[in-house]
Ligand binder design. Structure first.
Ligand SMILES: Cc1cc2nc3c(=O)[nH]c(=O)nc-3n(C[C@H](O)[C@H](O)[C@H](O)COP(=O)(O)OP(=O)(O)OC[C@H]3O[C@@H](n4cnc5c(N)ncnc54)[C@H](O)[C@@H]3O)c2cc1C
Length: 317
């Protein structure tokens, strides 16, 4: 049976969600081993957050050098754990930090890397959605240990029944790994809503909102969703560019994507086409967004969204 090592990302604060998703993919191939790289004294508590995942074993490395010196130390640690665990594949979250680790790790291991995968199969092949979502490709690393980054929310995390076995190991951090020192870092200012690329539900507004995102935000808050926007909306200054979904914005792959007053231009679809269920609300029955939508409502978003909110609230009551 294959063994898959997953890198547990605790920077986002959503340890169980991100690691749970990677573990669900890993279990398809065999046993899942989680790797926690944590500051001194913190790995046990982080490991306890994984008790509802399907991770069988956790290997923890503690060092304050990870935060102080960054990627060089992280790579030293991962490489030594890989030598110990001898995994058949390594899965890493597809964040910008994750992709940097993956590329550098693949060089160290003399193997291949696949980034932004949306699926992972038991034969260790990975699926990507490429060229703006026009093609879905399946590929396999042909030599060495495959290093694969997986997009957040690409799968619903399976719930496990027992806490993973915990083992703390020591590694040697090289002087080369400490060549960079991080002198200052400030976390990005976040609102109360989930991160766009991590959210299970994304509700986006386009030019059809005419600049009024209140109904979009109201439904997002009701569903605990993130808010996205088309480029027409961000270019008009109606919503921050950091919320833009599409070719020149963010790529999202939530369980549910609700497009409100968005026509469905190819550049927008490039960023949301791999969402599990797509719902579109648009006044124009010919709008191209309906070509990729699983469900569609032809109507005015200002009339439809409040009704959706009322129906959800009534059902919950
Ligand atoms: C190089 C390049 C990169 C790009 N990158 C991106 C990108 O990353 N993301 C992106 O989104 N776009 C991108 N674009 C722009 C893209 O081509 C479209 O112009 C843009 O997506 C259109 O945004 P929209 O759908 O909100 O507006 P429109 O195309 O104007 O559509 C508005 C829609 O709202 C509907 N509508 C109007 N009023 C209502 C109402 N009251 N209720 C319901 N429906 C209503 C209309 O019927 C219409 O379908 C890019 C373009 C280029 C050239």
């Amino acid at each position: 049976m294959a063994k898959v090592l997953i890198l547990v990302d605790h920077a986002s604060g959503k340890v169980a969600k991100t690691a749970g998703e990677l573990a669900t993919f890993a279990k398809r191939a065999g046993d899942c081993v989680g790797l926690i790289l944590a500051p001194e004294g913190q790995s046990q508590a982080l490991s306890e957050q994984l008790s509802n995942t399907v991770i069988g074993q956790v290997i923890a490395v503690e060092s304050n050098d990870f935060a102080k010196h960054g990627q060089g130390c992280i790579l030293d640690a991962i490489t030594q754990v890989v030598e110990k665990v001898k995994p058949d594949a390594i899965l890493i979250p597809s964040t910008s930090a994750g992709k940097e680790i993956a590329g550098r790790l693949a060089i160290r291991l003399n193997s291949g890397v696949i980034t932004d995968a949306i699926d992972f199969a038991s034969d260790l092949s990975a699926t990507q959605s490429i060229f703006g979502g026009s093609f879905t490709v399946s590929s396999k690393v042909s030599s060495g240990i495959p290093v694969i980054t997986i997009r957040p929310s690409a799968i619903e995390a399976e719930v496990g029944s027992s806490a993973p076995a915990f083992e703390k190991v020591d590694v040697l951090i090289s002087e080369k790994g400490k060549l960079v020192t991080i002198t200052d870092s400030k976390p990005a200012v976040k609102g109360g809503r989930p991160e766009l690329t991590e959210a299970k539900v994304v509700i986006s507004g386009g030019r059809g909102t005419n600049g009024d995102f209140k109904p979009v935000e109201a439904l997002a808050d009701l569903l605990g969703a993130a808010v996205g926007a088309s480029r027409a909306a961000t270019d008009a200054g109606w919503y921050p560019h950091t919320h833009q979904v599409g070719q020149t914005g963010k790529t999202v792959s939530p369980q549910l994507y609700l497009a409100c007053g968005i026509s469905g231009a190819i550049q927008h679809r490039a960023g949301m086409q791999t969402s599990k269920t797509i719902v579109a609300i648009n006044k124009d029955p010919e709008a191209p967004i309906f070509d990729v939508a699983d469900f569609g409502v032809v109507g005015d978003l200002f009339a439809v969204l409040p009704q959706v909110g009322q129906a959800i609230s009534a059902k919950r009551a």
